[in-house]
Ligand binder design. Structure first.
Ligand SMILES: Cc1ncc(COP(=O)(O)O)c(C=O)c1O
Length: 391
């Protein structure tokens, strides 16, 4: 009988989509569901796209991405984090961090190789490893540890088949940020075990309490770290689909080999926008970050006030409050909240088993919408029979 490949069949569909399908049929819904900036791409970047189309730049670029863009990415990383990459063979421009994630695992994994992933985590990590014939090894973290793994947890997850560890701070879905010391310990353990470190730093510019720590810049990390970076979140460019990978030449060249056969290159229009972003986008990043920070403080306070304990997230644009006191699974909570109050949050279980008991609320939403959503959520929580009394 005809059938799709087992390693693809075995991966379950994303838990996020279901809610968006329901929402599409409803009116007066406030969505804290999507992980995407509510801002339009800053005007100068949109203008760069328009200008490039007017000029007729609609061709393929180098498979690696335009040299000018690769040079700017290198300057950007050097300037922000002091890590040096060669634009010639250490930076690959990709179709979002999504493509970079796919490529990196295809480039480094042999069938059966394991990748340590810390949960709760972004929905694509496990599937990308599985699609590359690898084995995701999910390590749970808890709110008590700030959703940051301990070195002991990481060490215990390593086996002779471990090929890589995936580090992703600031985190989607928890907003957690790992401190320098913890990240250094993770790198030290990766070195001892001689495994790769894949670091998804797509939210690097969206940090609110302390400067971002770039994993590749840590002691002993550079030669084994593949840094994945993007434009979607920092520059509100999700739909333009552009990102990059930077790392050791042999890995980047292997990723490039796959990329050149399956994608050819990232869209030129988006590359032009990314060039504009790196040249003149800094003020926009700052303005958007300040606004997210204002919303972050508001939403976290509102969750805590209504009896949904919420960790103070240090980065990204997600709050991850607990719903454990209400006697509902996170999916039931999210579903009832949607039907009864028309507010979308994502069940924490979509991000791994240890996400159960939490929901993810994105604050990439206008502040008046957050206020309204928070009031609806507070009403909903009050109506739940098993809600804990809140002062
Ligand atoms: C942690 C993380 N990594 C990667 C991605 C994919 O981003 P891109 O738009 O660059 O493909 C996302 C998108 O939500 C994300 O949250």
């Amino acid at each position: 009988m005809l059938s799709v490949a087992k390693h693809v069949h075995g991966v379950r569909a994303s838990g996020i989509r279901k809610f968006f399908d329901i929402v599409a049929e409803m009116t007066d819904v406030i969505s804290l569901g999507v992980g995407e900036p509510d801002f339009a791409t800053p005007w100068n970047m949109r203008e760069a796209c328009i200008w490039s189309l007017e000029k007729g730049y609609t061709n393929y670029t180098s498979n690696w991405g335009m040299l000018e863009l690769r040079e700017l990415i290198c300057q950007h990383l050097e300037g922000l984090y002091g890590v040096s990459y060669s634009p010639a063979n250490q930076v690959l421009v990709t179709v979002g961090v999504s493509e970079a994630l796919d490529l990196v695992f295809r480039a480094i994994l042999d069938p059966g190789d394991e990748v340590v992933i810390f949960d709760p985590c972004y929905v694509s990590y496990g599937p990308c490893v599985s699609f590359s014939h690898g084995v995701p090894v999910h390590v749970p973290t808890t709110v008590d540890q700030g959703f940051v793994p301990t070195p002991e947890q990481f060490r215990a997850a390593i086996t002779p088949r471990t090929k890589a560890v995936l580090v992703a701070f600031p985190s989607n879905p928890t907003g957690a940020v790992a401190d320098r010391e913890t990240l250094q310990k993770i790198v030290d353990i990766a070195r001892e075990a001689d495994i790769f470190v894949v670091s998804d730093e797509i939210y690097d510019r969206l940090v609110y309490r302390a400067p971002h720590v770039c994993v590749a810049a840590l002691d002993g990390a550079y030669d084994r770290t593949i840094l994945l970076g993007g434009f979607s979140k920092s520059y509100a460019m999700t739909g333009l689909r552009i990102g990059y990978a930077a790392g050791p030449p042999d890995v980047i060249e292997a990723m490039m080999k796959i990329h050149q056969y399956v994608t050819l290159c990232a869209p030129i229009t988006a590359q032009k926008a990314a060039i504009e972003a790196l040249r003149y986008g800094e003020d926009s990043v700052r303005e958007m970050r300040d606004e997210y920070n204002r919303r972050r403080r508001l939403i976290v306070k509102r969750f805590n006030d209504c009896g949904m304990p919420c960790m103070d997230p240090g980065g990204a644009f997600y709050a991850f409050p607990s719903v454990k006191d209400f006697g509902l699974s996170s999916e039931e909570f999210a579903e009832r909240l949607l039907y009864e109050k028309r507010v979308v949050v994502v069940p924490g279980s979509a991000f791994g088993e240890c996400g159960e008991g939490y929901v993810r609320a994105s604050y990439a939403t206008a502040i008046d919408r957050i206020e309204e959503a928070a009031s609806r959520i507070a009403d909903f929580v009050k109506s739940l029979p098993r809600a804990v009394a809140v002062g």
